[in-house]
Design a protein around this ligand. Structure first.
Ligand SMILES: Nc1ncnc2c1ncn2[C@@H]1O[C@H](COP(=O)(O)OP(=O)(O)O)[C@@H](O)[C@H]1O
Ligand SMILES: CC(=O)N[C@@H](CCC(=O)OP(=O)(O)O)C(=O)O
Length: 257
């Protein structure tokens, strides 16, 4: 479907999504768009691992995930974050349906590199029919980034990467990263529009770092795989810059002359 809008809600902002955020989602639906939510939950996973005194490390921005840790990741994302966000969406008067990426084989994965990352998955297939069936009924799918492998094991997928893969598979019109900053910042100023070439340079220069890296990488991959537009916006403010578009950073493919 052309009118699909993927909203990736980061763990940084998930508990503080503004009323305007939900109002804007309602406006999206009224204008004939089909929102799909993919959520993270990194801070909640970290909190639980710390409570359980389980040590963890990030390798290239990805949580190295042992078998025991995988149970905790699933417990937090599918048992806690997903139903809480789904309740929030439903109490805002929208129709949300929470689903784990491993349900109905929605997200299929292969190990990214077992020795280096453990049970971190690379998405190999998205069963879009599951999502489309919900969208046809005007239900908002709310997806936790857990994938299922051909080996029957569950895999931990970075939520930005999962959102990008889902957006590409659905040929989404927009992929919107909802996070805790107004967009991509440079010298504390918001960049309203950047090209993928500029993004590459900003990664090299260290202007884009940490949690922003998987977002821009998913953005760049999405833009070369069917996604029409990528935005990074703040979930706590959720301002509209015109009737339909949220204020933030738009990432574009440069026009070559
Ligand atoms: N150039 C940049 N502009 C804005 N934020 C940046 C930039 N580079 C790195 N970041 C960091 O990226 C963070 C957002 O990523 P992350 O914490 O993973 O959020 P989420 O949980 O929403 O995925 C920001 O809080 C900020 O610290
Ligand atoms: C492999 C990997 O790193 N998975 C992430 C999944 C959650 C996530 O991505 O949450 P945010 O969007 O809040 O960062 C993790 O374990 O934290």
């Amino acid at each position: 479907m052309q009118d699909i809008v993927i909203l990736k809600c980061g763990g940084s902002t998930i508990n503080e999504l503004s009323k305007e955020f939900f109002d804007n989602m309602r406006k999206l639906q009224k204008s004939g768009k089909y929102p799909v939510i993919v959520h993270g939950g990194g801070p909640a996973i970290q909190h639980m691992l710390e409570q359980l005194q389980i040590e963890f490390e990030f390798v290239n921005g990805l949580r190295k995930t042992t078998e025991d840790m995988m149970d905790i990741v699933e417990m937090v994302l599918v048992g806690h974050v997903n139903p809480a966000l789904t309740r929030h969406v439903n109490s805002a008067g929208l129709k949300g349906f929470g689903i784990s990426g491993s349900d109905l084989q929605l997200l299929e994965a292969t190990p990214l590199n077992y020795n280096r990352y453990g049970l971190v998955g690379e998405i190999s297939n998205v069963h879009t029919n599951v999502i489309n069936q919900l969208l046809e009924k005007n239900i908002i799918p709310i997806i936790a980034p857990i994938a299922i492998g051909q080996d029957g094991k569950k895999y931990n997928v970075n939520a930005d990467t999962a959102a990008g893969a889902i957006a590409s598979a659905l040929g989404a019109e927009q992929l919107i990263f909802v996070t805790d900053v107004p967009g991509i910042l440079k010298d504390e100023q918001l960049l309203e529009e950047v090209t993928t070439d500029e993004v590459e340079m900003m990664i090299q220069d260290g202007i884009i770092f940490g949690g922003m890296i998987p977002k821009v990488k998913a953005a760049m991959k999405g833009l070369t795989n069917n996604v029409r537009e990528v935005l990074i916006v703040n979930g706590m403010e959720s301002k509209l810059k015109n009737k339909q578009n949220l204020a933030g950073t738009t990432i574009k493919v440069p026009v070559k002359s």
